[in-house]
Write a protein that binds this ligand. Structure first.
Ligand SMILES: Nc1ncnc2c1ncn2[C@@H]1O[C@H](COP(=O)(O)OP(=O)(O)OP(=O)(O)O)[C@@H](O)[C@H]1O
Ligand SMILES: [Mg+2]
Length: 289
């Protein structure tokens, strides 16, 4: 731990310990440890190629880490070692959902259908995995109604309700980003991992995204782990920031702590150590409101 500034009175939802991921000769993640506190928006930041998406891929079961432990602790106390589970089990049992750096939606399905597909597992379980179950009026019908209601609520929150019957591929880029988040939320996660949700958004779409994320944190209590390049977004919405460079943690603390950390400024702007002082002043002047 490089910082004592983290809030100690909140409990930990995700504990990443000594995580390493090797691709052939490349150590993409090298002995990384950090924690995500329940109810926080935690940002994972760092220059291109720092290993941010690789961390997400390890947390969400897309990669098996070379080493390390990732412990998810649910609200009710249940604990899951994510490195031992498949991506499917991580969503369903551990209750961790994610979005991707490159949007992955079913472009030909409608906005509403995308949200129903996300709840497919719940529906199939209610059917008892039989045709009779699907045709019957019992638990499947109740679950189907519940799935539509969940989808409707998330369409409202994501400001997409007017687009419910349009093909997802017709939405603007910012609206597609919000739909991806709504889709992830329809699986009922306790931890939501977002890989660069603000990338490529215009200022208006950025504001809508911030409102959606703040609403998710404040109204559902879902913890958020967010990869983000845009420092203004990070400073605006995160409670806690972890900074990676070359697969290692170089800073960890509040947005203010991290923003003023010379190591972070050097890493981000690619400047030499002796130029850092100068850059800090420029940054501070530039970011003064
Ligand atoms: N499947 C893979 N096979 C080989 N190398 C990989 C693989 N995935 C990632 N890498 C490498 O690991 C390093 C970290 O990549 P990663 O995508 O995690 O970075 P990032 O911080 O998300 O970058 P960006 O900001 O550009 O999205 C890079 O050098 C990348 O080329
Ligand atoms: Mg990435």
């Amino acid at each position: 731990m490089t910082s004592g500034t983290q809030t100690m009175n909140k409990d930990t939802i995700l504990n990443v310990e000594h995580l390493s991921m090797r691709f052939g000769g490349l150590m993409a993640i090298n002995d990384l440890s950090f924690q995500v506190k329940r109810g926080d928006i935690t940002a994972l930041i760092g220059p291109n190629g720092a290993g941010k998406t690789t961390v997400f891929n390890c947390i969400t079961g897309f990669y098996k880490p070379t080493m390390g432990m990732i412990t998810m602790t649910q609200r009710a106390g249940g604990q899951y070692l994510l490195e031992r589970l498949s991506d499917f089990e991580i969503t369903k049992q551990a209750k961790v959902a994610r979005t991707f750096q490159n949007i992955r939606l079913f472009g030909g399905l409608t906005v509403l259908e995308n949200l129903l597909v996300a709840q497919h597992n719940k529906l199939m379980k209610a059917s008892g995995y039989t045709v009779m179950g699907l045709l019957g009026l019992g638990s499947y019908k109740r679950e189907a109604e519940a799935a539509i209601e969940t989808a409707r609520q998330w369409l409202e929150r994501a400001d997409l309700i007017d687009r419910a019957d349009d093909p997802a591929g017709d939405l603007s880029y910012g609206a597609q980003r919000r739909l991806e988040i709504a889709r992830a939320m329809c699986t009922g996660p306790e931890l939501l991992c977002l890989d660069e949700p603000a990338a490529g958004l215009n200022p208006k779409e950025s504001l809508a995204l911030n409102a959606l994320l703040n609403g998710i944190r404040d109204e559902t209590g879902t913890s958020i782990l967010l990869i983000e390049h845009d420092m203004s977004v990070v400073m605006e919405i995160s409670d806690h920031v972890v900074v990676l460079e070359y697969g290692q943690k170089i800073s960890d603390g509040t947005p203010d702590h991290v923003k003023n950390d010379p190591k972070v400024i050097a890493a981000y702007l690619g400047v030499e150590d002796d130029e850092v002082e100068e850059v800090i002043h420029e940054e501070l002047d530039g970011s003064a409101h």
